[in-house]
Design a protein around this ligand. Sequence first.
Ligand SMILES: [Zn+2]
Length: 301
Amino acid sequence: MKETDSFFVDQICPVCKTSLHTKVFSINHRQSQVLDMLGATVKEPYADIVKCKECQHNYMTPIISDEKLTHYYSKINSEFYANPKPEVGNINEKEYADYTKLIQTKCKTGKVLEIGCGKGYLLKTLQDNGFECYGVEPSPFAAGFAKETLNLQVENCFLHESSFFNMKFDVVVMIDVVEHISNMQRFMQQVSSVLKPGAIIFIGTGNIDSFNARFAGSNWGYFVSWEHVSFFNLKSMRALLTNFNYTDIEIRKTSLQHRPVKNTVEFIKNVAKKAINPFVKRKFYHGICYDHMIVMAKHKG
Ligand SMILES: [Zn+2]
């Protein structure tokens, strides 16, 4: 790692806050746009993925400082929204319908808050199914779409800055959010503070111990960006939720988009890609191939 200023900070374990770890491998962030968008000059954009000796959680170190990332998310836009393509509607329709059904097995009605709701398609699905929906989203582009195009109650800010922060919810949803969070202790305290006793937390994130992630190694799709700093497995997810007083923890191994045929085709393509490496240009293995987890748990209050 060579950088021109103090852009980077070493990270300790986001789950248990200890620092003893073993290095898993280095990852190359050449394809990530974050440094360019922040105007940083880094000749060799490498970071390490390490595994915590205490709780087995995996995380990246060094990471871009919290201050720089906060500025980036809220003032510039996530790189995932940096070059918006023509709007194609809700490409995750099946996935979001499945999430809605899962949530309904725990809670039929009430107030839902989605943290990092993006353009709002999941929130809209939940609203169409009778939930009273609220969302927070730091990206100005995505929050604007959710508010203006989908007419949702979404605020363009982080949770603790939101007017929803003093409300209490029956369900809090966060899909592809926790891998962005370096200070999980602070984040989980904020999340837990807006849940009613007995309310449901619903989390979607990558599973670093999944077969596809192990198969892809340092080319796993979740390693594509400087934005992703924390990589859960089933053990570290359970440890986190137990530490924060959650019970009835259910974890399902899934794929993004919830389309078995497409997911299998992508996995076969990954196998082919791996077979012909290193003769092809380095490519990331998609995160839609059975390497996601969906987590539901109840907040004891
Ligand atoms: Zn740990």
